[in-house]
Design a protein around this ligand. Structure first.
Ligand code: ADP
Ligand code: MG
Length: 249
């Protein structure tokens, strides 16, 4: 694969906790505009790899490039400013605020306007169009004035995604975006993530293999800290090592 088309490139990433190696020399290329899934059995090192890529933890060895820049030693805030944003769980949503207010706060936090401007007549409506666009994008129009605390679980996660999109990230990292969702929300969220492809790049950890098959352009499979397969869904599904990993190996 030509490296110039890759928004994120990791080489030889390794993380050990004491004597235990959680991620062992992993290379990863995420192509710009792709929906790229990271799968593997429990304990495979998926969340650790996410934490390494977003610099929440420091690698024991290896290096990471984002948009061609070496970010191996950059702090998480600098990486977010460059355009790599990790979607946090529901804890990132303000429960006492409405859907509208939550998205507006995210847009304000990302923008460069002053508090004085926001309190002005013009400032008050500065983000109305963008809030409306994001609300429609995640299908929350009927709930725009509902308090986040009163949203059903799947809709809260949709709001979480909207507040992430408000930061206009080039690369979005999602750790199990469908966890705990019912079928209807899984379908809505799958369609939403699929629609992000091309404009944004998405790297996601996901357990639901049907979802992975439906929406991923490329899949990386981890097992016991190592990359054991990579390719399209059909390619990785045909791999013997992947089959044995998913049969409890
Ligand atoms: P996954 O997300 O694929 O289920 P994790 O990345 O959470 O896997 O964990 C991979 C392995 O690393 C597991 O065996 C886990 O117990 C271990 N691990 C993760 N974080 C730590 C830590 N902070 N200290 C010690 N071991 C850890
Ligand atoms: Mg995990």
């Amino acid at each position: 694969m030509s490296t110039s088309s890759c928004i994120l490139e990791a080489r030889g990433l390794r993380k050990s906790f004491g004597g235990f190696v959680a991620v062992s020399g992993v290379d990863l290329d995420v192509e710009t505009g792709n929906i790229h899934a990271l799968i593997g059995p429990n304990g495979a090192g998926k969340s650790t790899l996410f934490n390494l890529l977003t610099k929440f933890i420091q690698p024991t060895a290896g290096d990471i490039r984002f948009k061609g820049k070496d970010i191996t030693h950059a702090p998480p805030a600098a990486i977010a400013r460059l355009g790599m944003v990790r979607s946090f769980q529901i804890s990132s949503v303000f429960l006492h605020l409405t859907v509208y207010e939550n998205i507006r706060v995210a847009l304000q936090a990302h923008g460069r306007d002053t508090w004085r401007f926001w309190r002005s007549e013009r400032g008050l409506h500065r983000f109305d169009d963008q809030v409306h666009e994001l609300v429609c994008q995640v299908g929350l129009e009927p709930l725009i004035y509902t308090r986040a605390a009163d949203l059903p679980y799947g809709r809260k996660r949709a709001l979480e995604l909207a507040t992430t999109l408000a930061l206009d990230p080039e690369l979005i990292l999602l750790d199990e975006p469908m966890a705990g969702m019912g079928q209807e929300d899984i379908e809505r969220t799958s369609a939403l993530i699929r629609s992000l492809g091309g404009k944004h790049t998405v790297l996601m950890v996901e357990h639901n293999l049907k979802v992975v098959a439906d929406i991923s352009d490329r899949i990386t499979v981890l097992r016991r800290g190592e990359k054991i397969a990579e390719g399209s869904y059909d390619e990785v599904a045909a791999n013997e090592e992947v089959r044995s990993a998913y049969m409890g190996g």
